[in-house]
Design a protein around this ligand. Structure first.
Ligand SMILES: C[S@@+](CC[C@H](N)C(=O)[O-])C[C@H]1O[C@@H](n2cnc3c(N)ncnc32)[C@H](O)[C@@H]1O
Length: 254
């Protein structure tokens, strides 16, 4: 069902073995930014929706010395295989929709929910945000992180178009969907700077580290890398940079 609905199961199955390597520098920069917004106490119960390999969940668990593992809701068996080896991770192999459908009579409440770079995969976002709202504690907070744009990242034309298509309207829509789900929404923008070597960057492109890159075949990727090489030689970029966007969302308990 997940494959039929979102067409991304194959992508993450293929990406899982390299995911942490490709995202290492981004994750480190992202975690520094996240720390500004994650006001977590050791006794908090935390859920991570679309948790991937559990890399950020493990960092949060260790940094805040949590007493309980983080509920990591992630549908990809291959991503969960990596997550299972981490500290402080409670792996739940489900989509967000499946998780909340099964959770309906559960009395468990979460103090913090996070959704990092996964919201663009939700089939019915309002339903998911309503479900999250209903299982947050009275002072609960949901943190949603979205990529705003990638204009300052060295992407070739076709890759840029793919990312643009992914992020166009996502911020406005997400704010509207969250408000429909009774959240009081605060939007904060964070610039994350990170660098990787050129050869790693090209590996990341070849390995389709962004889900929108899966739409390009090998020939298109190689043509794209040639395009970047031509630009590099014309000195139009030096190192990859990125501008993700953070939405910091306060929960209103009614
Ligand atoms: C870009 S990755 C982000 C992973 C992790 N949050 C991180 O920052 O490293 C997006 C993740 O969302 C997961 N995903 C896709 N569809 C989903 C859904 N319907 N519900 C929950 N997670 C989903 C994917 O399998 C993937 O692991």
């Amino acid at each position: 069902m997940w494959e039929l609905l979102h067409g991304c199961a194959d992508h993450y199955r293929y990406l899982a073995k390299n995911y942490d390597y490709f995202h290492k520098e981004r994750h480190e920069a992202k975690f520094v930014s996240l720390l500004k917004y994650l006001d977590i106490q050791p006794d908090h119960i935390v859920v991570d929706i679309g948790s991937g390999t559990g890399c950020l969940a493990e960092k949060v668990f260790e940094k805040f010395q949590l007493k309980n593992p983080i509920w990591c809701v992630e549908p990809s068996a291959e991503m969960q295989e990596v997550a299972k080896r981490r500290k402080g991770v409670l792996p739940i192999q489900k989509t967000a929709g499946e998780f909340f459908k099964d959770f309906v009579d559960n009395d468990q409440r979460f103090d913090r929910a996070m959704c990092i770079g996964a919201a663009h995969h939700f089939g019915d976002p309002v339903k998911i945000y309503r479900s999250i709202e209903s299982c947050l504690s009275p002072s609960g907070v949901l943190l949603v992180e979205l990529v705003k744009d990638a204009t300052n990242t060295p992407l070739f034309t076709k890759a840029e178009k793919g990312i643009d298509a992914l992020v166009v309207g996502l911020e406005e829509n997400t704010c509207a969907w969250l408000r429909l789900a009774n959240f009081d929404v605060e939007v904060l923008e964070e610039r994350m700077d990170y660098s990787v070597t050129k050869s790693k960057w090209y590996d990341m492109l070849r390995g389709r580290f962004y889900s929108s890159l899966r739409e390009l075949n090998d020939v298109e990727i190689e043509e794209g890398i040639d395009e970047l090489e031509r630009e590099r030689k014309a000195q139009r970029f030096e190192s990859p940079r990125s501008h993700p966007h953070f939405l910091h969302v306060e929960h209103i308990y009614s």
